[in-house]
Every structure is written in C-alpha cells, then in structure tokens.
Design a protein around this ligand. Structure first.
Ligand code: PMP
Length: 308
C-alpha cells in the first residue's frame, strides 16, 4: 500500500496529497494515456540522492513525444522540481512517480481536447519483490503471455496502457506461486519481466535482450551493462531462447523497483546452484554501493537533492 506524503507537485505548484484528484472521465482513466516514470531516491552520507534522474525524465519526455503529448516543462525544470519535492516532503530514501496524463475534456478516444497535466508524487518504498529477495533470490516462471510485438504498442514508451500486459504476466505468476514471470517475444525469445529487464550469465558472459520493440529500455539495464563492462565482464545484447534460462549459470532481473534481484529458479528448475551466483552478487554489490553513495559515482548517476 502507498504511504501518503504531504505534498505532490502539480504543474508548477505543490498541492496537498489528498488534493491530487482527476475526474473519472479524464482521458487517461478511460484510455490508458498516462505516461509515467519510476525513480528511486537513496539515502547517502551526503543526504538523499536520486538515481539517474535526468535519464528517467528524458525517457518520460520521449514517451510523451511518441504519444504526441506536449510537456510544458524542460527536463531541467523537472529535475529541480523532483529535488524540491523530496526535500519538501522531508524524505530520505523514497520512490518518485512522475506522471504526465491527458486530463478531462476529450469526449472520445481522440485525445487532443484533453489538457496535458504533469504530477510528481513520491513516497517511501522498500524492496519490490519482498524482503530477502535481493539476498536470497526469487522463483520465476516463464509467462504464457507474450510481450507486445514491435510496431503494435510501443514498448519503449512507458505508458499506463502498456501495463495491462505486465499485470497479466504478474498476476499469473503470483497465482501460480512464483514471485515473478519472464515473458517471451512472439518469436519465443526472452524479452523481459513484468517490470524488469532480464540478464543471464553463461560461461562468464552476460546476455540480455536487445532493444527490439518488445521491451522497455531499462535505465537499470543500461547501468548494469556499464557496471559489468567496468568490471571487465563481457556483455552481449542479443536474443536468447527460452531454454537458456534453464541452462544459465546465473539469471537476474533489473529495474528501478527490483534493483538487481537474483533469480534462483525458473519454472522450478534451479538456476545454477539454486542461489544467487557470484557474478550477480558482484554486480549487485557494485550497483548498491554506487546508489547508496558508498562507491565512487564514476558515471555521475546521482543527483543530490540538497545542493552543496
Ligand atoms: N521493463 C518494464 C516493463 C518495466 O516496467 C521496468 C521498470 N520501469 C523495467 C523494464 C526496468 O526499467 P528501469 O530499469 O528503467 O526501471
């Protein structure tokens, strides 16, 4: 459940949490036209720091561009607003959920008569896949639902409507006793989880699906590719068939909410030794060190909320 905070930023002003209401007949409510982001802010020795804030906001503006939604604010405006938001709510570690939605006005599916509204809420949030997931790993299945095919619903846009696919994938997994599911492309190759990108480790090389129009271009995915290369580990962005999940030495999921979560089994088949593998642990440690301000932020990924 969401923990309410005091303030939400809406189109340039801070409004009380409970005042952030939209009309039932807003376009986004009826037709799923709400672009959003999920961003983590970490507690560091230098105060709260937001991970890859500018990259997330750029992705949000690009999602809007795909859907012809005009955002009145620059990425710089939104960066400043996000920092102010965390500070004003008195938060340290938290999760930010910027949203750009088509509001009330249009009568039908054609959205142009609905205003484009920008909201920036945030709230405290812990481990997404449950306590112990980062340390012990999770049990995943392969979903019977495929991801969207290229040139159908754009997977590179992070829009509410896309998450109907994610909900089907996730509900099926939970109903069948798994923590998470990995979905395939319509061609049967590994695509992504319901809210995470997927990595396999085989013979010391990392494999992850390419940006192929079936998955979100994850910012954590990009960070992990960079970290792996910094550590001297080869990374290949290529299509990998389903069965590679069963024979991989290690499998892990990446995402803002999930961070770097090891997968210990897929379809009840143990991955490697059935516990988090050494490369996963090495990468996870490096990632968590950077985001928490314990390791050097060599790629300038942190935006400190309090300017020095
Ligand atoms: N795929 C999907 C479908 C997602 O919802 C997410 C979470 N935003 C990801 C991948 C991972 O993306 P990121 O690392 O940018 O959070």
């Amino acid at each position: 459940k969401i923990t309410a905070t005091d303030w939400i930023w809406r189109d340039g002003e801070f409004i009380p949490w409970n005042d952030a209401q939209v009309h039932l007949l807003s376009h986004s409510m009826q037709f799923g036209s709400s672009v959003f982001e999920g961003i983590r802010c970490y507690s560091t020795p230098r105060g709260p720091a937001i991970f890859r804030l500018e990259d997330h906001l750029k992705r949000m503006v690009n999602s809007c561009k795909i859907y012809r939604m005009e955002v009145k604010y620059t990425v710089d405006d939104l960066v400043a607003a996000c920092c102010e938001l965390v500070e004003k709510n008195g938060l340290d570690a938290c999760y930010l959920r910027p949203m750009v939605l088509r509001g009330y006005g249009a009568t039908g599916m054609v959205p142009f008569d609905s205003p484009v509204e920008v909201y920036l809420p945030c709230w405290p949030w812990g481990a997404y896949l449950g306590e112990g997931a980062l340390e012990n790993g999770v049990d995943a299945c392969v979903s019977t639902w495929n991801r969207v095919a290229p040139n159908t619903i754009p997977s590179m846009a992070k829009v509410a409507g896309n998450y109907l696919s994610g909900q089907l994938i996730k509900m099926e997994a939970l109903t069948n006793g798994f923590h998470e599911a990995i979905a395939l492309t319509t061609e049967g190759m590994i695509s992504e989880g319901s809210g995470q990108n997927v990595f396999l480790v085989s013979g010391g090389t990392l494999y992850t699906a390419p940006i192929d129009g079936t998955l979100l271009h994850g910012i954590t995915r990009d960070s992990i590719i960079t970290i792996a290369r910094d550590l001297g580990l080869p990374v290949r962005e290529q299509h990998v068939p389903r069965e590679a999940l069963y024979t991989a030495d290690e499998v892990f999921l990446t995402g803002t909410a999930s961070e770097v979560t090891p997968v210990r089994s897929v379809d009840r088949i143990a991955v490697g030794a059935g516990k988090p593998g050494p490369i996963t642990q090495q990468i996870q440690r490096r990632f968590l060190d950077i985001v928490k301000g314990a390791g050097e932020d060599t790629h300038n990924w942190l935006t400190y909320v309090r300017a020095e």
